[in-house]
Design a protein around this ligand. Structure first.
Ligand SMILES: Cc1cc2nc3c(=O)[nH]c(=O)nc-3n(C[C@H](O)[C@H](O)[C@H](O)COP(=O)(O)OP(=O)(O)OC[C@H]3O[C@@H](n4cnc5c(N)ncnc54)[C@H](O)[C@@H]3O)c2cc1C
Length: 309
């Protein structure tokens, strides 16, 4: 059976697109090369509990349709407001606190939110797409084709796809576990300014709500570029930097590194999505700044437009 829309990519943008197109009456199929949905909304079971090793949190704009989705997640215990205050650690190690927008977290991990969006959709996992053309995926009729993934990944499937020209930055996420918490209870998360190796530290036990002594540390793009072939190689320097930044003597007793070659676009396109006959593109590079909410809004807007046509 031929569907109206085939979405390639089951990250939050692809799932939001599929839901909106489906709600508008289109028949939709979603395909993803991964074993699970979520893409960069990534949660992995480490040391007996879920750890968010992709996106650290998300922010909601009350004026956006995304806020109704988030309210539903909150009512069902899938998402919760985490904190509006993070630490800022400067190059000299001085720690201050800074308020910002409310950051949301998911008790079962951010991937659980993507899994919720995928409920009821026709999602084919472990399906790597090699080539797309308007109305065709890997040579088969596919209806309107949507590419919902980082531009460089889309560029492998089709020459000159809009957005593929943008530069993307890598991150290596390093999860660290101690036998007991070694940092102040109000740390929550810390932006690290001017450090060559570390850009952000998240208290995973705090955001998950179980208090586990686990941090997830994001490297700078500059440091990640040196380790794309062997992400584990960054662990010793990340451990040393984290201990120095937080002033802890104790060594973590376990570590795990994950490479994100395309973590975020260095710049974005000033449009909610790209659309042409038979081929469209959405994702976090389509909007004012790369973020979970941008990805959802891009996919949602495209899905509505496809269903309306
Ligand atoms: C380390 C890190 C930290 C981040 N921190 C934050 C944060 O704190 N707050 C925030 O708002 N955002 C954060 N982000 C960004 C956020 O994760 C993204 O903006 C959002 O998840 C992007 O969703 P997406 O659907 O556009 O793309 P993705 O999640 O990348 O989804 C793309 C999907 O396409 C699939 N795919 C790719 N190629 C193929 C193919 N050939 N065939 C089939 N499937 C394919 C992939 O498997 C993937 O599932 C972070 C990202 C990273 C990596």
């Amino acid at each position: 059976m031929t569907v109206d829309v085939t979405v390639v990519g089951a990250g939050i943008s692809g799932l939001a697109c599929a839901r909106a197109a489906s709600a508008g009456g289109s028949t939709v199929q979603v395909v993803d090369r991964g074993r699970r949905v979520g893409g960069r909304l990534a949660t992995r079971t480490l040391w007996g509990r879920p750890v968010d090793h992709g996106a650290a949190y998300f922010v909601v704009d009350e004026a956006s349709d995304f806020s109704a989705v988030v309210s539903g997640w909150r009512e069902r215990g899938l998402a919760r407001p985490w904190t509006d205050t993070f630490a800022v650690i400067d190059a000299d190690g001085a720690l201050t606190h800074k308020r910002g927008p409310m950051r949301w977290a998911a008790p079962r991990g951010l991937r659980s939110l993507a899994e919720d969006l995928a409920e009821g959709l026709d999602v084919r996992l472990k399906t790597t797409v090699e080539k797309v053309e308007p109305y065709r995926v890997d040579g088969r009729e596919a209806g309107d084709v949507v590419l919902a993934m980082p531009g460089p990944q889309a560029g492998r499937l089709l020459d000159a796809v809009p957005g593929a020209e943008l530069e993307w930055e890598p991150v290596i996420a390093v999860a660290l576990r101690w036998d007991a918490r070694q940092w102040p209870g109000d740390l929550r998360g810390a932006f690290v300014d001017g450090h060559p190796d570390v850009s952000f530290i998240a208290d995973d036990g705090d955001r998950r709500g179980d208090g586990a002594p686990v941090l997830v540390v994001h490297t700078t793009a500059q440091r990640a570029r040196r380790h794309l072939d062997e992400p584990d190689g960054v662990i010793p320097d990340v451990v040393a930097a984290t201990r120095a930044l937080l002033g802890t003597d104790a060594e973590p007793d376990a570590a795990f590194a994950h490479r994100w070659t395309f973590a975020r676009p260095a710049e974005t396109r000033d449009a909610p999505f790209f659309r042409s006959p038979g081929l469209s593109v959405c994702g976090d590079a389509w909007g004012t700044r790369s973020a979970v909410r941008t990805a959802w809004e891009s996919g949602h807007a495209l899905g509505k437009a496809l269903a309306a046509s």
